[in-house]
Design a protein around this ligand. Structure first.
Ligand code: SAM
Length: 280
């Protein structure tokens, strides 16, 4: 018995299924089930929601999500060695856990989930940012999910919530803050994981806004922001030259000094610039 459910403690599960952590899969496991239940609670009330979990591993967070009452959990795990452990959890929560052995970058979760949907994960570092960018840039907004509760390296978490003028401010902050309300809601030291990573971690909670904070064409905004931060030390009039030959006029129309750098410009001004470019 583990405290949050009737299943064995995670150390026993890992030993039984021989789940020595693989670095290539970004495996740093959370073994304290009280902690995983706490992370699950950060996702809010789960009782009326389906939850998508990426990278359940031996199932610590999965068990937290189920113990906290998630209606259903779809867990996508790349490592086939974890599947027997996940099958044990599915048996303890009949009809509530569907575990798929596959790559989160290729499985379509919508074939298996019903709205409302929340996403919760201790993401593998090698695909974490790519998945977040995908969830933030769907073809239509609002997206299929209501909120994201994601564990990242602390440095990535800081890039998501960063304000203009800070070193961490860039494309990820602008993408996230344009259409969600992102907050760092928990810090975790390396010792919370097995094996301990070299860096600190943090949980970020992002709530999808019903509509973007400021109007802008998504493709144009994405292009401008990518170009502005591709050469972040350059003044915008040269960093954005490739976007439009009349970039100085567009910058001025948006209230941005052409000599400014991307890291000094806030989201509202970037959206104004995207609108001016899109109009022309
Ligand atoms: N959720 C578990 C926990 O908190 O203890 C494990 C988290 S561990 C940081 C990341 C997990 O993602 C590993 O189990 C790893 O095998 C899995 N993973 C890595 N790449 C993946 C991918 N492309 N698709 C699905 N799972 C992946």
């Amino acid at each position: 018995m583990s405290g949050i459910d009737s299943l064995p403690p995670l150390r026993e599960v890992i030993a039984k299924h021989d789940l020595a952590a693989k670095k290539s899969l970004g495996q740093n496991f959370l073994l304290d089930l009280n902690l995983t239940a706490k992370v699950a609670r950060l996702a809010g009330d789960l009782t009326q929601c389906d939850v998508l979990e990426i990278g359940p591993g031996p199932g610590g967070l999965t068990r937290g999500l189920l113990a906290e009452g998630a209606r259903r959990v779809l867990a996508i795990e790349k490592d086939p060695r974890c599947m027997p452990a996940l099958a044990g959890i599915a048996a303890a929560y009949p009809g509530r856990l569907h575990a798929i052995n596959g790559d989160a970058l290729t499985v379509n979760p919508l074939e298996h989930l019903s709205k409302p949907i929340k996403i919760a994960a201790n993401l593998p570092y090698n695909v974490g940012t790519e998945l977040l960018v995908r969830w933030l840039t769907p073809p239509e907004w609002p997206p299929f999910w209501d909120s994201l509760t994601l564990m990242f390296q602390r440095e990535v978490a800081q890039r998501i919530v960063a304000a203009p003028g800070s070193k961490a401010y860039g494309r990820l902050a602008l993408l996230a803050q344009w259409r969600t309300d992102p907050k760092i809601v928990m810090d975790l030291p390396p010792e919370a994981f097995n094996p301990p990573p070299k860096v600190n971690s943090a949980v970020v909670h992002l709530t999808a806004l019903p509509a973007p904070r400021y109007p802008a064409d998504p493709g144009t905004l994405n292009k401008v922001v990518a170009a502005a931060f591709n050469q972040r030390r350059k003044m915008l009039r040269s960093a954005l030259k490739s976007v439009s030959p009349e970039i100085e006029d567009h910058l001025t129309a948006a209230g941005i000094k052409p000599t400014e750098r991307g890291e000094q410009v806030d989201l509202e001004a970037f959206c104004a610039l995207a609108r001016s470019l899109h109009k022309s």
